[in-house]
Design a protein around this ligand. Structure first.
Ligand code: ZN
Ligand code: ZN
Length: 161
């Protein structure tokens, strides 16, 4: 008889845990569906779209001897000299930088030329990109839910069988 009431007690616990998991998983599902469709909000652009815009406005070119005539022989971001055939970008202000150095600068510092502070991208593009980044940063709460969920999956179920 006590075995049966034990069983019923555990059953109740399992049901409770099960429904908690169910609710959490539905929350995660809804959030991931909303998170995966940034296109629904046209005012936000992703890192890829941002990089594509940089590429469109300042196409990647190769460093050649001809460019060496421009006097600028080193990249102002990493302070190393340009090598023949390296991927670079030339901005409208005529300043040149390594492609990777400039992309990193534009993504993490500011959307202006590292040397003369000329605007590289329009303000609204930069604003949308930063809004998107802020939103990604503030989505850390998702990780908490997932962590809680994995903890529940790992230890939550009483071993009765
Ligand atoms: Zn560089
Ligand atoms: Zn410049």
């Amino acid at each position: 008889m006590s075995a049966l009431s034990d069983f019923l007690y555990h059953l109740k616990t399992i049901t409770k845990v099960f429904f908690t998991l169910l609710v959490l998983e539905v929350i995660i599902l809804i959030r991931s569906i909303m998170g995966l469709s940034p296109k629904s909000d046209k005012s936000l652009i992703t890192s890829n779209q941002y990089l594509n815009l940089i590429e469109e406005t300042n196409p990647t070119i190769r460093y050649t001897k001809r460019l060496r005539m421009d006097q600028q022989t080193e990249c102002a971001v990493c302070l190393s000299e340009f090598e023949e055939d390296e991927e670079i970008r030339k901005l409208k202000c005529k300043h040149i930088f390594h492609k990777d150095c400039l992309d990193r600068w534009l993504q993490h510092c500011s959307a202006t030329c590292p040397l003369c502070r000329n605007k590289v991208l329009p303000d609204d593009v930069v604003a949308s990109y930063h809004r998107m980044r802020d939103r990604v940063d503030s989505d850390e709460s998702d990780e908490d839910v997932i962590l809680m969920l994995s903890a529940l999956h790992g230890t939550g179920f009483p071993r009765i069988f």
